[in-house]
Design a protein around this ligand. Structure first.
Ligand code: ZN
Length: 299
């Protein structure tokens, strides 16, 4: 959000700034005063943008999930049913309906260099464009993946310890639809994909520089992509837009206690509370069973 606002203001401000310097070089004093005023206004606008971005959200306290909708007028969907938004995420996955027409995910996943950053809410890896998932007749492009501790979705009322969200967009610039592939982690064997990220050095703070590293492939992270749940929901962070097709893998991944601690020590609690289901159906692949009784524990 902060980056977006700064970018927009920056894009608007930049031509004025360059014009300012051009006119300075001409040295015509009559230009100087208005342009200095403009420059002051631009700097002021940038400072204001910084503050607007700081009208931020948190996971507890007076900027916690219950108050997200109040932080920014464009975040009204976060209020959920209070404001008529009926498709918020995350939700508890239970009472699912098997849909035999749901097949193995059509994923094309390319290598992408480690490019980790901490936005103050999640640890996120920016992905080079090229990886896709086709779902419901739409081709979505992988933009990034990130992590929450604990899990955001629950299965049969049970939380996992961490959840990966791979965010795919129908268009990286003018996004109208999003598909998120979610996967829940539990404690078990060490996870080689997570270890690559940990070894690169997880960015500890929003002020930490980006961490760059060797190519990785999300395919190495994902468990069985032929067994999943799917439902219509929202972003789990502001602006909570209700344009997300959720695809949550039935099979949970494993990680060691140490790996969990590496993420948890940085992320703390960055999971949004469960939202009302409001009669939405959750469909599931036939593969992997209903998953409610055996969605966890299987390898
Ligand atoms: Zn997420």
């Amino acid at each position: 959000m902060e980056t977006c606002i700064s970018f927009v203001v920056g894009a608007v401000a930049f031509p004025r700034i360059s014009l300012f310097f051009k006119r300075l070089r001409i040295g015509t004093s009559r230009w100087l005063l208005p342009e200095i005023l403009t420059a002051v206004l631009v700097v002021g606008a940038l400072a204001f943008a910084g503050n607007a971005g700081a009208a931020d959200f948190e996971y507890s306290g007076d900027k916690g999930p219950a108050f997200w909708a109040e932080q920014d007028p464009t975040w009204e969907a976060c209020a959920g049913t209070a404001e008529g938004f009926m498709q918020q995420s995350p939700i508890d996955i239970s009472g699912v309906k098997i849909n035999p027409k749901l097949h193995k995910l059509h994923l094309t996943l390319l290598d992408t260099p480690i490019n980790l950053f901490n936005d103050g809410h999640v640890i996120e890896n920016e992905c080079e464009p090229g990886s896709t998932v086709q779902f419901g007749g739409v081709t979505y492009i992988l933009a990034q993946f990130h992590f929450h501790t604990l899990s955001e979705h629950t299965v049969g009322g049970e939380y996992g310890l961490m959840e990966l969200h791979a965010v795919f967009k129908d268009d990286l610039v003018n996004t109208t639809k999003i598909a998120v592939v979610g996967m829940i982690y539990k404690i078990g064997r060490a996870n080689s994909f997570l270890q690559e990220l940990i070894d690169a050095g997880l960015p500890e703070k929003s002020t930490s520089p980006h961490v760059y590293g060797n190519p990785i492939n999300l395919a190495d992270a994902l468990m069985d992509t032929a067994a999943y749940y799917t439902y219509q929901g929202s972003l789990t962070t502001p602006p909570c837009s209700e344009n997300v097709t959720w695809i949550v893998l039935k099979r949970q991944a494993q990680m060691s206690e140490e790996q969990f601690e590496a993420f948890r020590n940085i992320l703390g609690n960055n999971f949004r509370p469960l939202q009302d289901r409001n009669g939405r159906s959750i469909e599931a692949t036939a593969k992997g069973g209903s998953g409610e009784a055996h969605g966890h524990g299987n390898e």
